[in-house]
Design a protein around this ligand. Structure first.
Ligand code: CP
Length: 299
């Protein structure tokens, strides 16, 4: 059984295999998952993850059964536990894509599932397939991952994409990470411990402009309104880092701007036409990486 629960489980051999499969699915038609069924079970909203997984399965010749807003439209609304839902759905499909509002939910699901479970985001926990597509984007756009300097910016306390990506970056050589956030939204101690253990150079700071000319990748994230106790608390941080053309013009010529999306106001739309802005390509690469993952798990 190959569940995909957190990015720490990937080694370089696996990552390279998925990347080379992602390169090849882009080049030719592939119906290798004909007859297979993917269940997507989303308890939290999504545009990219759900649509790209569903598109990936359909492009590989497979079929999809799905519920968005599972909290309301599945029997969770009648009080069914996640475990019971998974036990049942695992008889109807060959793989489950699960997004849930609780940290650890995908791990719990994997313990009772007869089929692979892929974590599509669990609360403030992890988003391992996003981390894979983020790395794939860096590799495609910069042609390297070893030796890069990357700034992870924004709500680092609640951002699961940041957590998963930081773990994966820890597997590469001479990477340097700048965590840029308000002090109240700093990245968790568990990530810092992991980076120290793997001798990855990192620093924490509040000012982005002081390092923007040194980095290869600016990875911007949204301030996650839904994770704050109330609107007042959110408003203290809303708009705290906004990427505009002034900042973009301070960046190195061959640097890139990424964002897992959705964006609210943290990258101004005037930046979208810059050659450095690769966040929509990043979402497109997500389809290729998810096709590769489904093929790897189901073929
Ligand atoms: N990046 C990401 O997970 O986007 P969605 O929430 O739209 O799936």
């Amino acid at each position: 059984m190959n569940h995909i629960i957190e990015s720490r489980q990937f080694d370089l051999k696996f990552i390279n295999k998925i990347f080379s499969m992602a390169d090849s699915v882009e080049k030719k038609t592939d119906n290798s998952l004909k007859g297979k069924i993917m269940a997507s079970l989303f308890y939290e909203p999504s545009t990219r993850t759900r649509f790209s997984f569903e598109s990936a399965m359909l492009r590989l010749g497979g079929s999809v059964i799905t519920t968005e807003n599972a909290k309301e439209f599945s029997s969770a609304a009648k009080g069914e536990t996640l475990e019971d839902s998974i036990r049942v759905i695992s008889n109807y499909a060959d793989v489950i894509i699960l997004r849930h509002y609780e940290r650890g939910a995908s791990h719990r699901a994997s313990l009772v599932s007869n089929i692979p479970v892929i974590n599509a985001g669990d609360g403030t926990g992890q988003h391992p397939t996003q981390a894979l597509l983020d790395l794939y984007t860096i590799r495609r756009e910069l042609k390297k991952i070893d030796g890069i300097k990357i700034a992870l910016v924004g709500d680092l306390k609640h951002g699961r994409t940041i957590r998963s990506l930081a773990y994966l970056l820890g597997k590469y050589k001479n990477v340097e990470i700048y965590f840029v956030s308000p002090k109240e939204l700093r990245v968790g101690e568990d990530i810092k411990e992991y980076l120290k253990k793997h001798k990855i150079l990192y620093s924490e700071r509040e000012n982005l402009e002081s390092i923007i000319s040194q980095i290869d990748v600016l990875y911007q994230t949204r301030i996650q309104k839904e994770r704050f106790k109330n609107e007042e608390e959110y408003k203290n941080f809303k708009g705290c880092y906004q990427i505009d053309l002034h900042l973009v013009n301070l960046m190195k010529e061959k640097s890139i701007i990424m964002h897992p999306l959705p964006r609210v106001d943290e990258i101004l739309t005037e930046v979208d036409t810059s050659l450095k802005a690769v966040y929509f390509k990043q979402a497109k690469y997500g389809l290729l990486v998810r096709m590769a993952l489904l093929k790897f798990l189901l073929k």
